[in-house]
Write a protein that binds this ligand. Structure first.
Ligand SMILES: *Cc1c(COP(=O)(O)O)cnc(C)c1O
Length: 401
């Protein structure tokens, strides 16, 4: 398929007829906004003055020396306000909502990070915000639920189905159909029906554009590889977009292997899934033989999405990007390594990308440059890492009686 809603066979708008109106309205408004210099100026201004962009790039000197091969360079999305890349996108969508005259924001969230990023911009713009979250996730992610409420958002615990992310997405879509006159649906990754995958990629592209300029400035050349973790795929797409035309830059997405692909307990949609339709788009997803979405698993809650952005499937099929798998144990080891060698506590999601760089670096020459997108900070993950280590016999509890 070659219409602009698809990437090869992937993407599209596989939604109920009632959603076509709001989607067309959104696509037209976005087409206009992205060409408007004033819209772009305001987006850039908020990224600078509120998020603190541009985010730094940091050479991981001690870690690279320890590995004895390529030099690892980190793009520091962990330094953004709210501690991750997601806010780049929610600012863009909130600006578009305001431009379209929509006064109310809704979102779905799994681990709660996108809910927090949406609640944050809703407060910034003075808009009411309601977030749909599976009842099980509300239990599992209490601190993020508290954060959203603190920021003034209303959190709906969804008890339908398996009471997790996909059920929250369904409820959010239902709300949007009912209230589309005054409501804007903020999607948190490069998934969902057209124009979301394009729009979210464009808003996140600031990551890749900055990193590209920073590499030319600091090293006089582009990286040999650009590596990012893939949940839905927004931080990776934001990084990749700037480098797609640079054929010399290898693009590497890293999926969550959980306990191993063979166990079925993972979140690797490209490496371990099949073609299907989720959230209004045709994409690779984790499903049973009869097409029911299966519950994903990863030590990292933010990678726990059963599908993946359609553009990633396309980049995979065309060979422009490759998609590796990193399991829980490797991600936790990379998490520890960055703490100890660089004094940076990374998000567990980002630790998957770092683990892939750690695997590749030793076999590469010292002048090779590996750009790793550090999509977020890991303060939120402390408890999970400790729990994982205890359950997997990696923690001696030195200080316990
Ligand atoms: C949500 C999240 C991810 C995964 O989402 P993508 O859309 O794949 O980027 C990765 N890292 C962090 C820190 C996150 O919060």
């Amino acid at each position: 398929m070659n219409d602009k809603t698809h990437f090869g066979v992937y993407g599209g708008q596989y939604v109920a007829e009632t959603l076509m109106g709001p989607l067309n309205e959104l696509a037209a408004a976005y087409d206009e906004a992205k060409k408007d210099p004033e819209f772009r100026r305001e987006f850039r201004e908020i990224l600078r003055d509120y998020v603190g962009r541009p985010s730094a790039i940091t050479v991981a000197k001690r870690l690279s020396a320890h590995l004895g091969g390529a030099t690892i360079v980190l793009k520091r999305e962990d330094l953004n306000h709210t501690g991750a890349h997601k806010v780049n996108n929610t600012i863009g969508q909130a600006l578009l909502a305001r431009r379209m005259g929509k006064r109310r924001l809704i979102a779905e969230t799994g681990a709660g990070m996108h809910g927090v990023a949406t609640a944050t911009v809703a407060a910034l713009f003075g808009m009411p915000c309601e977030v749909y979250m599976g009842a099980i996730d509300v239990e599992r992610q209490k601190p993020n639920v508290e954060r959203m409420r603190m920021l003034g958002a209303k959190v709906h615990a969804v008890t339908e189905g398996s009471a997790t992310l996909k059920d929250a997405m369904n409820e959010a879509l239902r709300d949007w159909v009912t209230n589309c006159d005054d409501t804007f649906y903020v999607i948190g990754t490069v998934a969902g029906p057209y124009p979301y995958p394009d729009m979210v990629r464009d808003f996140q592209r600031v990551i890749g554009d900055e990193a590209r300029a920073q590499f030319l400035d600091k090293f006089g050349r582009l990286p040999d590889q650009a590596i990012a973790c893939v949940g839905g795929g927004s931080n990776a797409m934001g990084l990749f977009a700037a480098f797609v035309p640079d054929k010399g830059v290898k693009l590497v997405g890293v999926e969550a292997g959980g306990k191993g692909i063979a166990t079925g307990q993972h979140a690797a949609s490209i490496n371990g899934g099949r073609l299907g339709v989720l959230h209004g788009a045709k994409t690779m997803l984790l499903q049973t033989d009869v097409g029911n979405i299966v519950d994903t698993y990863s030590v990292s809650a933010g990678l726990d999405y059963p599908g993946v952005g359609p553009e990633h499937c396309f980049l995979h099929d065309t060979g422009r990007a490759e998609y590796a798998v990193v399991n829980d144990e490797e991600a936790v080891a990379a998490f520890d390594a960055l703490c100890r060698f660089e004094g940076i506590i990374p998000a567990l999601e980002s630790s998957h990308a770092l683990a892939e760089a750690i695997k590749r670096a030793p076999a590469l020459p010292k002048d090779a440059l590996l750009l790793v997108n550090l999509s977020g900070r890991g303060d939120k993950d402390m408890e999970n890492v400790i729990k994982w280590k205890m359950e997997n016999g990696k923690c001696k509890m030195e200080n316990a009686e």
